[in-house]
Design a protein around this ligand. Structure first.
Ligand SMILES: [Zn+2]
Length: 219
């Protein structure tokens, strides 16, 4: 949870208005706009005497709701530390989330925008790919030698694996000669169907993928 910033909520999560405890459910929670879901918090209070019993509400923001502080701070920190921001399937028009990837840029990192239509920050991007996110990610995962896990429902993981990033970099080094070269302005046609991309200059080649900032698709 400390590696994921969900700025606009999550359909599968409900949280206690009293103690802030979040519950990840197997099915969608069923309401929107931070409304009560009808269930109560079951956190046991100190000494195990009785449960919190605070009202649970959904986490999906409505237009006038402000973004959750904790997640916004997390996202901000991640964008500051990242060498590379990748935005997937967003027009980047809504503030403040849409401007977060620009922080990476300002701090010397690179920005990759994947979206079918033009976005607000196209001019700031080192690489723009006008294609379906599924197509791009399928190819990227293949290139990285990673399997796309089948969706079976929300899964809560206890921790992320930091060692993974180093493994990935090793693999990227081995493979960067050929498959990634079409990102490098060398004019190699992309093997995909109708995958269009623009490279502003040959100097802005692919940065090693260390950290990705993935925006939730929920609004
Ligand atoms: Zn509670």
């Amino acid at each position: 949870r400390d590696k994921l910033a969900e700025l606009h909520g999550n359909m599968f999560v409900e949280e206690c208005v009293k103690c802030g405890k979040q519950y990840v459910r197997d099915a969608v929670v069923g309401s929107m706009g931070l409304k009560p879901t009808g269930r109560l918090c079951s956190v046991t209070k100190a000494r195990g005497l009785r449960a919190c019993r605070g009202k649970l509400r959904d986490t999906i923001l409505d237009w006038e709701d402000s973004l959750p502080d904790r997640d916004l701070t997390l996202a901000d920190e991640a964008c500051r530390k990242a060498d590379l921001s990748v935005t997937l399937g967003t027009s980047l028009q809504i503030k403040p989330s849409g401007n977060l990837p620009l922080i990476t840029k300002k701090r010397g990192g690179k920005l990759v925008i994947v979206n079918l239509q033009a976005t607000k920050h196209d001019r700031q991007a080192d690489l723009r790919i006008h294609a379906y996110v599924d197509d791009v990610m399928t190819k990227l995962m293949k290139l990285l030698g990673l399997e796309v896990p089948e969706w079976t429902g929300p899964v809560v993981v206890e921790s992320a694996e930091p060692a993974r990033a180093e493994q990935l970099q090793g693999r990227l080094k081995e493979e960067k000669e050929e498959p990634l070269s079409h990102h490098n302005g060398t004019g190699t046609p992309c093997p995909g169907r109708g995958l269009k991309q623009e490279c502003p200059s040959p100097a802005t080649g692919p940065a090693p993928v260390k950290k990705m900032k993935v925006e939730p698709l929920l609004t």
